[in-house]
Write a protein that binds this ligand. Structure first.
Ligand code: NI
Length: 137
């Protein structure tokens, strides 16, 4: 079991009041939980600046499935980066558009490389990469 240490933090009243409003709006049960989350988020974002750091990513893209050969190209890219591609889901949004979520794992640099190749394909209307750092490199 992890050891817990207690720390005291000095803040001016105004800053603390703004922090309390922020965490109440987000639904945190306590200041401690909110501070732990902020620290984890900052550490994760620092790790993501290292191209060799381990990470997972959800790459979301919206495209028109009538676009010539686009689905085939998206599938081909996933097969050519099989070590990084963990999974994908496909949702038919309406008669034209599809949402695809591709989950990638690997080093930050590799993930960004594969994701950029997918998102820059002609016919992709919207795309977003959501990276999360993992503990192991
Ligand atoms: Ni579809």
């Amino acid at each position: 079991m992890k050891q817990i240490e207690r720390i005291g933090v000095s803040l001016d009243k105004e800053l603390l009041s703004m922090f309390d409003k922020l965490i109440a709006g987000r639904g945190y049960p306590s200041r401690s939980e909110a501070i732990r989350d902020l620290i984890r988020r900052q550490l994760s974002s620092e790790r993501l600046e290292n191209p060799q750091a381990g990470a997972v990513a959800a790459v979301c893209l919206v495209y028109d499935h009538h676009s010539t050969k686009l689905m085939e190209r998206i599938t081909h890219l996933q097969h050519s980066h099989i070590l990084q591609t963990i999974s994908s889901i496909h949702i038919h949004l309406d008669e034209h558009d599809c949402l695809e979520v591709i989950v990638l794992r690997g080093q930050v640099g590799e993930i960004n490389n594969v994701a950029e190749k997918i998102l820059s394909l002609k016919g992709v209307k919207l795309g977003r990469i959501n990276l999360v750092a993992t503990e192991s490199v």
